[in-house]
Design a protein around this ligand. Structure first.
Ligand code: CA
Length: 203
């Protein structure tokens, strides 16, 4: 009987130590410090939170401008899965802008500090070093931020939510939009890859 009780006490102690170990390891890694919206790794829609996405164009009848999206397993972030390839052209005589949209399913990002996206341009085809990112909320606020200094290697672009101009409420996010614009694109045609769209917290 005494032996059984000792054994039981040891098992409980071991469980407590294990649980403590797990929780402290999670704290070190910052559990909940980021929230994954889209890694594109299934190779199909929707994104990781059930939101649809796709390319859009200002004027689909003007064939000299437009954007198309494709899952890309060659240019991807990480060892498996896909990235999102955005093949755009704003090389038109007419006003031109287009890009990529993604629903955020009313995600509450108010506890997060940044929108983070892995981005790179295609070194062979060419790419713009600058594009606009918009965040829209359920109250129809539209926040705008210009990403700059894109290169042909992967970079984790970290955009502080407070730097989005025009939006103040991040508790009910409806949509993320990427915009390629004729007046600011450093290359009028090209390919940009994006991967691992997340909301992140500062360390
Ligand atoms: Ca991916």
């Amino acid at each position: 009987m005494a032996k059984k009780m000792v054994l039981a006490a040891m098992l409980v102690a071991a469980a407590v130590i294990l649980a403590a170990g797990v929780s402290s390891a999670a704290d070190v890694e910052g559990a909940g410090s980021e929230f994954l919206v889209a890694d594109f790794n299934t190779g199909e829609k929707p994104n990781n939170i059930g939101g649809d996405f796709g390319a859009w164009s200002k004027d689909p009848t003007d064939f000299s401008q437009g954007c198309s999206e494709a899952f890309d397993s060659v240019n991807r972030r990480g060892a498996t899965g896909f990235a999102m390839k955005l093949d755009y052209s704003v090389d038109s005589k007419n006003p031109a802008y287009n890009g990529f949209w993604m629903f955020l399913q009313n995600f509450d990002a108010s506890k997060y500090d940044n929108l983070s996206i892995w981005v790179k341009g295609d070194g062979k085809i060419g790419y713009t070093t600058v594009f606009k990112v918009e965040l829209k909320n359920a109250s129809k606020q539209v926040g705008r931020y210009y990403v700059t200094n894109i290169t042909d290697t992967w970079q984790d672009i970290v955009i502080p939510l407070k730097d989005f101009k025009g939006i103040t409420d991040f508790s009910n996010l409806a949509e993320l939009v990427i915009v390629f614009e004729d007046r600011i694109a450093s290359n009028k045609k090209g390919v940009v890859y994006i991967d691992d769209v997340r909301f992140t917290k500062n360390k």
